[in-house]
Ligand binder design. Structure first.
Ligand code: PMP
Length: 364
């Protein structure tokens, strides 16, 4: 049997056990209303209060000032790849600028290029996306309508340590796979976004933090669903929102605040988890190769491969037999990937490290 507590999936990923238990109960009947969460109206006072609490929890966890709107949108992070250029670059005189540091930032550029002029200022493809650029080495234009990057490359396991300078250009980050895993200063960004299915909850909802000043740049005439102003005006309740996903997201935000102690405490736990796993992988460098260069290593996703191809399958079979899941690498690069999202406990990571060490002893 596979175990929820040993789920190292790249996403949708593990959720805290206490959240799963509350969700199980809520599917039958919410303690507050007596109705199933699946049958709760998005126009009910209960849901309106839930929306406000979920927004407030995110604000508190990340110290988000009032000038930013907290939105809950649908269409995943992928829809943001199109909405961002449609809202902020459709009438620009200069191209929107992007860093292509891996699979997902490549997707973002491709989708933006379908609607606006997009310029890639750095591309890691030639090295197989193992490195990240240093921010001050980039040749950026001051006239760009925005600068976009992915803070954590989920597939390759590369993570930027900090934000670039804005240089007077609105900075936009896809934080899908590291949002709420560490502290960052929202004040450095015009907008950040993250879908829920890594650190926030189930798929179906995407959190957008957007500086109010950005709304003035949006051209009229966009389809209302694709115009950020629609969702700001309607408090993320314009059409039927993903009630269930927002409910679970709110439970996760309470867990992070009350059980973990907030984002700084989470960041310290996540750093220890990553150190445990990198350590065991490095000690087995005779049989295992890490994908990312040392300086670019992610705390959230660790991509690696066995040098002997037959060990790949053998390891997966043993891991699955022991209850582990989600360890197979993304289809674009193969190998293995361990995703250490917030709900993956230190104990789970220690068990994985032990499994790798024992496998190494028997097969090295
Ligand atoms: N950005 C990043 C960093 C991702 O990891 C993913 C998916 N794993 C996406 C965007 C696409 O997200 P979605 O499937 O929600 O559209």
């Amino acid at each position: 049997m596979l175990s929820n507590s040993l789920n190292f999936s790249g996403g949708p990923g593990a959720l805290p056990a206490c959240v799963l238990e509350q969700t199980q109960q809520a599917i039958v009947a919410l303690p507050e209303t007596g109705l199933s969460i699946l049958g709760m109206s998005h126009r009910s006072p209960w849901f309106k209060a839930l929306l406000l609490e979920a927004q407030e929890n995110i604000r508190q966890l990340l110290n988000v000032p009032e000038r930013y709107h907290v939105l809950f949108l649908q269409g995943g992070s992928s829809l943001q790849f199109s909405m961002i250029p449609m809202n902020f670059a459709a009438q620009a005189r200069a191209p929107a600028e992007f860093v292509t540091s891996g699979y997902w930032s490549g997707k973002a550029v491709g989708e933006a290029a379908a609607v606006v002029d997009a310029r890639v200022v750095w591309d890691g493809a030639a090295d197989g996306y193992r490195k990240l650029p240093t921010w001050n080495s980039l040749q950026r234009s001051e006239g760009a309508p925005f600068f976009h990057y992915v803070s954590n490359e989920t597939v390759e396991g590369l993570q930027f340590r900090n934000a670039p300078a804005s240089n007077g250009v609105p900075l936009i980050a896809d934080m899908s796979s590291d949002f709420l895993s560490r502290r960052f200063d929202i004040g450095e960004y015009a907008m950040v976004y993250a879908h829920a299915q890594k650190n926030l909850g189930p798929a179906g909802v995407t959190v957008v933090l957007i500086d109010d000043a950005m709304l003035a740049r949006i051209p009229d005439g966009l389809p209302p669903m694709l115009d950020y102003r629609t969702h700001v005006t309607h408090g993320s309740n314009y059409n039927t929102p993903p009630v269930f996903s927002i409910y679970v997201l709110n439970l996760v935000s309470r867990w992070l605040r009350d059980e973990i102690g907030g984002v700084d405490a989470m960041q310290r736990i996540n750093a220890r988890k990553a150190a445990t796993l990198y350590d065991v992988l490095e000690r087995h460098d005779d049989m295992i190769e890490l994908h990312a260069d040392h300086a670019a290593r992610s705390v959230m996703n660790i991509a690696f491969r066995f040098k002997e191809p037959q060990l790949h399958e053998r390891f997966l079979v043993e891991a699955n037999a022991a209850g582990f899941s989600g360890l197979e690498g993304h289809r674009s690069i193969g190998g293995m990937r361990a995703s250490l999202y917030n709900a993956v406990s230190e104990s789970a990571v220690q068990q994985l490290a032990q499994l790798i060490a024992e496998f190494g002893r028997r097969n090295g």
